[in-house]
Design a protein around this ligand. Structure first.
Ligand code: ATP
Ligand code: MG
Length: 234
């Protein structure tokens, strides 16, 4: 197994005026390609801060982050944007869909940034929507879809570039139990097909679906343990 994520001595300090707050206080993590990891911990413990660093949406104040053999600290904003587009799919608690665009238009967006021709974008967007069970909703706008369906559009958008790494911050936080189970079923399938997944959650039964749990407390990794699901889908 090759290592896809490696953090060494990562610290993140937020500054506003003369105030400084250390949200991450020295994080070391290695994640292998194909792992399914859930990050849990109390509100304010640093989970989203960690996710933003893993997703190259923000840079550590100190320490090193190597993603797929690339040391991200040496990269400028354009190179980071290219890595995000090429290697990472994001799913957030608020689905972050553009309300005026149809489902397939939302899903093709990462391919617009990647510079693919229009017919190929449409074909791939529709294939991604079929994969999440929304082949019959491609021309619906977000307002015409249920919450669970909107989140599945967001998962299709995250997948359309075939990223190696899927990052999800509370992806089921706004969903009822039926939609939660649909979305988690999708994540299980993606994991089984070799995708690396890092998911943040407050819910213990969601965390139990992953093969490994990282517990963050007060900016540090307090626990790093395999779950009962470890090995099941690998
Ligand atoms: N941009 C920012 N500027 C200043 N402080 C911040 C900023 N973002 C986060 N923080 C602080 O850093 C700490 C960690 O925040 P973070 O969002 O990572 O927590 P979290 O574990 O994701 O919490 P939750 O479960 O509520 O989403 C919090 O105390 C928060 O107030
Ligand atoms: Mg958070």
């Amino acid at each position: 197994m090759s290592v896809i994520i490696e953090l060494e001595g990562v610290r993140k300090t937020y500054r506003s005026g003369s105030l400084a707050f250390e949200a991450l206080r020295g994080i070391d993590i290695r994640i292998d390609e194909g792992e399914y990891v859930a990050v849990i911990g109390p509100s304010g413990s640093g989970k989203s801060t960690l996710m933003n660093l893993l997703g190259c949406l923000d840079l550590p104040t100190e320490g090193r982050y190597v993603l797929a053999d690339e040391d991200t600290s040496s990269l400028d904003e354009a190179a980071l944007a290219a890595i995000r587009n090429r290697r990472i799919g994001f799913v957030f608690q608020q689905f972050h869909l553009l309300p005026s665009m149809t489902a397939w238009r939302n899903v093709e967006l990462p391919l617009v940034y990647a510079g693919l021709p229009r017919h190929e974008r449409r074909d791939r967007a529709i294939a991604a929507l079929e994969r999440v069970g929304l082949g019959d909703r491609v021309d619906h706008r977000p307002g015409e879809l249920s919450g669970g369906q909107q989140q599945r559009v967001a998962v299709a958008r995250a997948l359309v570039t075939e990223p190696a790494l899927l990052l999800a911050d509370e992806p089921t936080g706004n969903l009822d139990s039926r939609s939660t189970s649909d979305v988690l079923g999708l994540f299980d399938e993606l994991h089984a097909s070799g995708r690396t997944i890092v998911l943040i959650t407050h819910e213990p039964d969601v965390a139990a679906r992953a093969g490994r749990n990282l517990v963050i407390d007060d900016g540090l990794i307090a626990v790093d343990r395999p779950t009962a699901a470890a090995g099941v889908a690998q």
